[in-house]
Write a protein that binds this ligand. Sequence first.
Ligand code: CBY
Length: 465
Amino acid sequence: KLEETFKDLNENTKKTEKDHQLCTICEVSKENYSRLNPLLSTMIHSKYARGIQAANVLLSLRLVGIQDKNLEQLFQEVRDSEVKKGSDLTSGQLALVILSLRACQNSDESVTYFPLVSQLEEKFQKEIENMGVPDGNPLTNYYQLSLDLLTLCLFNGSYSITEVKNYFTPENKNFYFGGQFSVDTGAMAVLALTCVKRSIMNRQIQTNGEDLQYINNYTESLVKKILSEKKGNGLIGNIYSTGEAMQALFVSPNYYNKNEWNCQQTLDTVLKEISQGAFDMPTAAAQILPALMGKTYLDVNNVSSCASGPGHLNISIHEPIPVEPTISPTWISVNYTVQINETFFTEVTVPKGSVFLDVMEEAQKINQTAFRFTFVESSWGPYITSVQGLEENHNDRTYWQLLSGGEPVSQGVGNYVVHNGENLELMTDSFIRAKNEKSQRETARDVDRTGEIGMAWFTLYLLNL
Ligand code: CBY
């Protein structure tokens, strides 16, 4: 039976490889390389790219075979700063650092990073321990857990197949945030599971046919979920999850039919979005680029991915021209509400082009007690951790959610540009705890009825609901 399974899987892999070649027609063609310039420019000139952001950029550029003197500097920076504070990093951050340092290096150099891999083994174990039972929560999240597994798998770290089988069930609540399937998370899990599957098939790890069957089933189900998030314009999830979703679909072509995904359409939409400046953040640019060049994180160990060298992408990168500040800005007005059993409301006037965070800061100036908040810097920009002293809680899986017109927005507070007449709202933990998801929707409709349609909300969202 085991032999049969291996035979089946081997055939599937051959098919995968063949299909992958077919799929490469989806890569950006040479004539279109110049359309990637905004991405490269954002990454290479990101003066503030430090730490994890730098690791994201480094991994991305190396995967597509770009060598650059700034990149070498970046490499030194990531190595010096991140390796030193290794123990402060979250598991996924450490995984990303390992991937970025390893991408494109000679195999003998990998010896240097061996201690990092064993550090990652420990951190991964702590994540698993924190979950306790299969339906518990990790220290961070499943996106990072998947990054961990992927990295351990690629660098021959140790992990338990039984744990993979127990915790990576696609029905696990950790694949969802606020009732919504997280495409980024699912995609990263597919990449990790594919790596595990390949190691089993290469007999690098000992296991039985049953485990393989589980991994196949999980992959299939996750791929289905990813494809069900495909939008009419070809994006998968939203614009920021599309790159990783593409990677997942590249490595798993035998889990869906050709007519289920029009790769070219996805690519065209992404290229259009690039020209409209959607990827003006280094991390965003870094996460979309590999897929556009037909690469996946599974290629990290594939030295040939760097062989093409600098001439491969003929890029002309110009320093971005600084935008002249307008002398007399146009002002817009935005409604801002904090809801903590009672409602705190204010109208804020900000210059046109302001972001969500500007509104929150203005509101805080007006009424410190009602509108005070805290945030931390993440690789995606500022991330809100508390409002009116009410902290998010990872163990309860609660967080402050940002919505527009009742829909979660797809950017953080530092990037989301607000519009005239928008309304920002904050709801507390206890407020939501008292209601179920259904009555929450009714609340949204009530507010709409009061005439505040198409407004942005800010909600402390209970993920477990
Ligand atoms: N990276 C991580 O650990 C993050 C993983 C990730 C799945 C990530 C998206 C995907 C990615 N490619 O990096 C993720 N977000 C997670 C896990 C989370 C949760 C973080 C907390 C935890 N428990 O670990 C959480 C709380 C559910 C979350 N993201 C919240 C938010 C909102 C932040 C609001 C705030 N408090 O400031 C927000 C704004 C959604 C909302 N409407 O409220 C949000 N995330 C967004 C928009 C995003 C996207 C960022 C896009 C952008 N241009 O800014 C995202 C790419 C990302 C970062 N989140 Co989360 C997803 C997307 O839209 N495609 C590993 C580490 C090594 O770097």
